[in-house]
Design a protein around this ligand. Structure first.
Ligand SMILES: [Zn+2]
Length: 249
């Protein structure tokens, strides 16, 4: 989403007359990279540390209210908010985890194992992944091995990618890995079947929407967070003012 589209969408969102209703469903937030630059950059999926800190302040306040508690992805609560990060960026450990841990808020990090072994310094190293997994409140999930469009692979390729990522992560962090997010949001009915067979219990998509009664545990929609989302932006997204986007994303 470019700046012009974002501004137009924000106008539409601001005009929505929706009151927050945390009792009836859960919202799962999808973050990517958090940058220590003051201003958010041009990359839609990199949020500034300044905005992220504002988000955590808001989430911490909401956490004190019964129906908007911050809960883990595998929580059986029908209401609340869940925080997730995709890809396994190094800044998930060095920036996000520190800010979230100070407020004791739980979160899930979906890691692509090939990102970790790539040696690219923007991603967690093996040792940093182990450190992150020991941070209180963290759940490490899989984001596939090769960060590929699973919906475009043959069943045997899907099986091998997902099984490898699960085995590798479990061996490194010495904990069971039962949650997954689909790279690029790409999946189909075969991917769902294979994910279940391998032992994934909860999986997050990149479709816009709320997690409500009847949502399949392997098809949990999320709320996308973008670089322009300041505190007010997050408030709007949590209160449903951007839900019209689910027709498009
Ligand atoms: Zn990804």
């Amino acid at each position: 989403m470019n700046q012009v589209k974002y501004r137009l969408a924000k106008l539409v969102a601001s005009a929505q007359r929706t009151k927050p209703n945390y009792q009836i469903h859960r919202r799962v937030l999808m973050y990517h990279s958090i940058s220590n630059h003051k201003q958010s950059g041009k990359d839609t999926y990199t949020l500034s540390q300044q905005y992220f800190a504002q988000h955590v302040e808001l989430l911490h306040q909401l956490h004190k209210t019964e129906n908007s508690k911050i809960v883990k992805l595998d929580s059986v609560d029908s209401s609340g908010i869940t925080i997730t990060f995709d890809d396994g960026y190094r800044d998930t450990l060095t920036i996000a985890a520190q800010i979230l841990s100070e407020k004791s808020l739980p979160f899930t990090v979906f890691v692509s194992s090939a990102n970790i072994t790539s040696g690219d310094s923007k991603f967690l190293s093996r040792q940093e992944l182990i450190e992150l997994s020991k941070t209180s409140g963290v759940t490490i999930g899989s984001h596939g091995h090769a960060h590929t469009h699973l919906g475009e692979l043959s069943p045997s390729e899907v099986f091998s990618d997902l099984q490898h990522s699960k085995d590798w992560l479990e061996q490194v962090i010495q904990l069971p890995v039962t949650t997954l997010s689909y790279p690029h949001g790409s999946y189909n009915s075969e991917v769902l079947r294979i994910a279940a067979e391998i032992g994934f219990e909860y999986a997050a998509t990149s479709k816009w929407g709320v997690y409500e009664f009847g949502t399949q545990k392997l098809e949990i929609p999320r709320i996308d967070i973008w670089s322009n989302d300041d505190r007010r932006g997050l408030e709007q997204k949590l209160s449903g003012k951007w839900d019209w986007l689910k027709r498009f994303i």
